[in-house]
Structure formats: structure tokens, C-alpha cells
Design a protein around this ligand. Structure first.
Ligand code: PLP
Length: 355
């Protein structure tokens, strides 16, 4: 039996998705590929019931960061600016992306894990001239904090460009005009596909204005035009697309994102309960945490490596803290094909490793 992955992506695959990788070889210029791409685009919109007349899904080959970078570089007008909300690694990464591409931006920094301050968000948006976009992270995987969508302090003042890489398919997202108008996601987190396929969902109205082209490879207008015409500007990862198509069918068959979220919440609560019984404290209270991932403080005198290695010997891969949290927390994500039997074994493994 393979290892069960409890890192925040890539996830343990179901047999159904794994088998999809073995479908026939395909040229990305053939009609079969166009059908596959069109099918995935429609299924992605259907996850949240978005109207295809108003919304588009744009497919990319790359990891989640490719989709985030494509979203930020493609959707800020030349005379516009970006307010970036930061309370973890992924918000700070968006701030870096804006800086690297010379996008006029205001970074609203917070301590990692802190609740976003609506007053500061509002002031930053009001302080910008020209059309403003707001970049926010939904599930800050750094700490497991679930930020609200839309973020506080906006009241419809600016379209939100959301990093939903670790929440798409597993948490509610407030899509709509003046709310979340674009979001970036990846195949290998809550959708349970394989790494290599990523996407941006956007309101088509965002592409209607004059937009500068800041990247050759990551320009969403280029991709969207080609994909609407049944084509692709560049070679896509055909096998990752096969797997994503199947994973989206599996999500639908299992009851959609609400059922998946309920499953995650049950698993996360069981993990929290067992660890609480062993005196292991969560970094955040359950009500602030996502359904997808929980962060825990390393117990006094225990280093991360000993916990990781003990659990890995028992068949489970957990995840370290990032950056300045590397020496103080560990993280457990519950995405992927995890059976009830796996959960029972995991809880035993946690008891044995952390007792
Ligand atoms: C995983 C993740 C990403 C993307 O990371 P990649 O390593 O590029 O896949 C972006 N944002 C969040 C919040 C994530 O959890």
C-alpha cells in the first residue's frame, strides 16, 4: 500500500483518477483534445454553478502559482493598481508577483494567521487612483486560516482576484460582480487531480477592457481566446487534463463541494480531537480554520522530524510549517482519497507517534 499524503497537495489519488492517466495518447491539436478541454472548462464552472454566459474557466499547464501569476498579471489594467492582502506565505507571494511585474500595488501586511483588518483594507483601496483590483488568499495554507470571501472592508468597491488554490472545491466562495470576480485554482488540491493542471475562473467582463500583456506564456486573454475557439496557444499537459476531467466527475458523483467540505470537516475534527486528547494544541481555533487543513503546535521537546518520520513509518506524510513557523508547527491536510479505514489507521498512528 502506498503512503497516504496529508500534505496540502499533491493528494492521494483515487483509483478512478489514477486510471484516467492511462487513456490514449493525444495530440493537443486534435478535436479530441478540444473536447477534453471544453469538457473541463464547463465542469469547473459547474462546481460553483457559475453561468457560462458570464464566466469563463481558463486552463493552464503548471502548478497553482502559475494560475495565481497569470491572474494577477493578466487582469490589472495598465492604469490600474492592485491592493494585496497578506497574512501568510501565499499573500506575500502575490505581493512579490505584483512587484516583479512592476504592477502598481499596495501591500496590506498582517502577522501570519491574523484576521484581515477591514479598516486598513478599505483605506488602501480608497488610497489608490485608477481602477483597483484586490488580491486576496482564501485559504492561507501557511496557517490553515480561512479568510472570508469577499474580504472585509470592500463593500463591492473593487473586484477581488482570489487565490483559491487550496480551497476551490472544498469551501464556499462568494462569486459575483463586485465580489470574487476571478479565482485561481489547481487540479491537485481539493479537486483531487494530479499536479500539472491549473486554472483561473473569471468574469468575462474583466477581459473586456484594455489590458496590457505582461507575459507571453501566462496571458489569460490569449488562453481564453484560443480556448473559446477550441484551441490552445501552447502544449497542455494532456494526462493531467485527463485526470482533472475524471476528478471533476468524481466530485460531482460524490455530491459536489458541499459534500466534500462536510467530509473534510469530519476528518479534521477527528484529527483535532485525537490530538487534543494527547495535549497537542491547534495553532488556530477550529472556527477560524479551514475544513481542509489544521496546523498544530509542536509539543514541547518534540521536533518536527521525529513526528514526520514516526508517522511516515506508519504510512502517512504530514507537512512542516513554512518560514518562521518551521520550528513551531506541523500541518495535517485531509484532502485526497482517504478511506474510513485510512482514517482509523491515521488516528492510531497519531496516538502512537505523539503519546
Ligand atoms: C498550494 C498553494 C498554492 C500553489 O502552490 P504551488 O506549489 O505552485 O502548487 C498557491 N496558493 C495557496 C494558498 C496554496 O495552498
Amino acid at each position: 500500500m502506498g503512503l497516504i499524503l496529508l500534505n496540502p497537495g499533491p493528494v492521494t489519488l483515487s483509483e478512478r483518477v489514477r486510471q484516467a492517466l492511462l487513456r490514449p495518447d493525444l495530440c493537443h491539436r486534435e478535436s479530441e483534445f478540444a473536447e477534453l478541454q471544453t469538457s473541463i472548462r464547463a465542469k469547473l464552472l459547474a462546481v460553483y454553478g457559475l453561468d457560462p454566459a458570464e464566466w469563463a474557466a481558463v486552463l493552464l499547464t503548471g502548478s497553482g502559482t502559475a494560475a495565481v501569476e497569470a491572474m494577477l498579471t493578466s487582469l490589472v489594467p495598465a492604469d490600474g493598481g492592485l491592493v494585496v492582502l497578506e497574512n501568510g506565505v501565499y499573500g506575500e507571494r502575490m505581493g512579490r508577483i505584483a512587484a516583479v511585474h512592476g504592477i502598481r500595488s499596495t501591500r496590506v501586511g498582517h502577522p501570519w494567521g491574523a484576521v484581515l483588518d477591514g479598516t486598513r483594507v478599505r483605506a488602501a483601496v480608497q488610497g489608490m487612483v485608477g481602477p483597483v483590483r484586490v488580491a486576496a488568499v482564501h485559504h492561507e495554507t501557511t496557517t490553515g486560516l480561512l479568510n472570508p470571501t469577499p474580504p472585509p472592508g470592500l463593500d463591492g468597491r473593487a473586484p477581488v482576484l482570489l487565490d483559491a488554490v487550496s480551497s476551490f472545491g472544498g469551501e464556499p466562495i462568494a462569486f459575483g460582480a463586485g465580489r470574487v470576480e476571478a479565482c485561481a485554482g489547481a487540479a491537485n488540491k481539493c479537486l483531487h487531480g494530479v499536479p500539472g493542471a491549473a486554472f483561473v475562473l473569471l468574469r468575462r467582463a474583466l477581459l473586456a477592457g484594455e489590458l496590457p500583456q505582461r507575459s507571453v506564456y501566462l496571458d489569460l486573454a490569449t488562453y481564453c481566446r484560443a480556448q473559446d475557439a477550441g484551441s490552445t496557444p501552447f502544449t497542455q499537459s494532456v494526462q493531467a487534463f485527463y485526470a482533472l476531467d475524471e476528478a471533476l466527475d468524481e466530485l460531482r458523483d460524490q455530491g459536489g463541494w458541499t459534500a466534500r467540505r462536510a467530509r473534510y470537516r469530519t476528518l479534521s475534527a477527528r484529527v483535532r480531537d485525537v490530538l487534543a486528547g494527547l495535549g497537542v494544541e491547534p495553532l488556530l481555533p477550529a472556527r477560524a480554520s479551514s475544513s481542509v487543513l489544521s496546523a498544530f503546535r509542536l509539543p514541547p521537546g518534540r521536533d518536527y522530524a521525529s513526528i514526520h518520520d514516526g508517522l511516515k513509518r506508519r504510512g502517512f506524510v504530514v507537512y512542516a510549517g513554512q518560514g518562521r513557523l518551521a520550528d513551531s508547527i506541523f500541518r495535517i491536510a485531509v484532502m485526497g482519497a482517504i478511506s474510513d479505514g485510512d482514517v482509523d489507521r491515521l488516528l492510531d498512528a497519531l496516538r502512537e507517534t505523539l503519546a
